[in-house]
Every structure is written in structure tokens, then in C-alpha cells.
Design a binder for this molecule. Structure first.
Ligand SMILES: [Zn+2]
Length: 196
């Protein structure tokens, strides 16, 4: 079972439109930084960190237990500032590239499993290729060995799609939707992201 800190939390912008799905942990970071307020799913009342911290969790509510406090896990937060996305952008890593590519080799389309998947620099590092969302793709071991230190063109291989920073993912694809989000999701205009 995922920990409470990994549970999903809905992020609303100042106009209370949903913009992202994040984790409880990141929602609490936004709260602690005063970048967001917790939205009470029933009263729609807003709480800053201090107000939220003094509201004890009831017994059946998911809560984070610390030495000093027992904090309720927020399900919805609304951003205090206007930025559409605070700095909870998806960080570049091999793991997040694999996730973006759905564990699929971007050359042959196979899904060899996480252990056999490698990170391929489309323009090889030796030719100045950057380690970036735009220049890195998931490749199976066989394709990576075949491509070697060449560009896809030189190797006669084709990318299934050109790599980019992960795009917003529609919330409807997100299985972890909570009942308390329903009043806000009707107003969703922009697609949402699952940030993990
Ligand atoms: Zn492959």
C-alpha cells in the first residue's frame, strides 16, 4: 500500500480550476512554503499551514503521524499565487524518461521491462548531445547497442516520436481520483498532469 505521503492531492489555481495532480507530500511542501492553501472538501474553507496543523485528524481520516503532530493529509490545495505551475515540474531522470515513454523502446516499440531498458542519447553525448528531455529516450539494450555512437539517421533507425518534456496528462486517465475532487473536475478546462 502506498504511504499517505504518496497519495494524490489535487492542485487548483487561484480561480479554483484544477491544474495538476500531485502527491500529498508535495502538497504539504507547497503549504509549508505558503504557496498553497488546503481546501476543506466539505466546507471549501481554506487553511494555511498553521491553521491546518492545529486541526487534528479524526480517527478514520488519513493522517501523517509525526513525533510532534498528527497532520491530516490534504486532498485538495489551491495555489496562493498566480503561477500556473509552481516548481513541481517533473524532474528529469532516467526513471521519469522511462515513465514518459511508458517503458517502451522508442526505436523498436518493445517493452523489455525496466531492467533491460536503457537511456539513449538521440544525438550521442560524444557529439555534444545533451542529457535532456528533448535528447533522451528509452531504448532496449539491443537497439541501444545497434545504434551505438551514432545518430538515428546514421544508424538507419527511426524514433517512434520525437522526445519532449512530459506533457500534461488528462486527469481522466488518472485512476487515483478522489471523490472530494468531483466538484472541481467539472470545471477542468486544461488537461492535468500527474506529477510524481
Ligand atoms: Zn528496441
Amino acid at each position: 500500500m502506498p504511504s499517505i505521503l504518496e497519495r494524490p492531492a489535487l492542485v487548483l489555481n487561484r480561480s479554483w480550476q484544477p491544474v495538476q495532480v500531485t502527491s500529498v507530500q508535495k502538497a504539504l511542501v507547497l503549504l509549508a512554503r505558503d504557496a498553497a492553501r488546503v481546501v476543506d472538501p466539505e466546507s471549501f474553507q481554506l487553511y494555511n499551514w498553521d491553521d491546518w496543523a492545529v486541526r487534528p485528524a479524526s480517527k478514520d481520516e488519513p493522517a501523517i503521524r509525526g513525533v510532534m503532530l498528527r497532520l491530516r493529509a490534504p486532498e485538495i490545495v489551491s495555489l496562493s499565487r498566480y503561477e500556473r505551475t509552481p516548481d513541481i515540474r517533473i524532474a528529469f531522470s532516467k526513471r521519469s524518461v522511462f515513465r514518459r515513454d511508458r517503458l517502451t523502446c522508442q526505436y523498436c516499440g518493445r517493452q523489455p521491462g525496466r531492467e533491460e531498458l536503457t537511456l539513449d542519447h538521440v544525438l550521442p553525448k560524444s557529439k555534444g548531445g545533451a542529457t535532456s528531455w528533448e535528447n533522451c529516450v528509452s531504448a532496449c539494450g539491443a537497439c541501444n547497442r545497434r545504434k551505438a555512437d551514432r545518430t538515428p539517421e546514421q544508424a538507419g533507425m527511426r524514433l517512434r516520436r520525437s522526445p519532449s518534456r512530459p506533457t500534461w496528462k488528462p486527469l481522466s486517465n488518472h485512476r487515483g481520483s478522489l471523490a472530494s475532487w468531483a466538484p472541481f473536475l467539472g470545471a477542468a478546462r486544461a488537461p492535468l498532469a500527474m506529477v510524481s
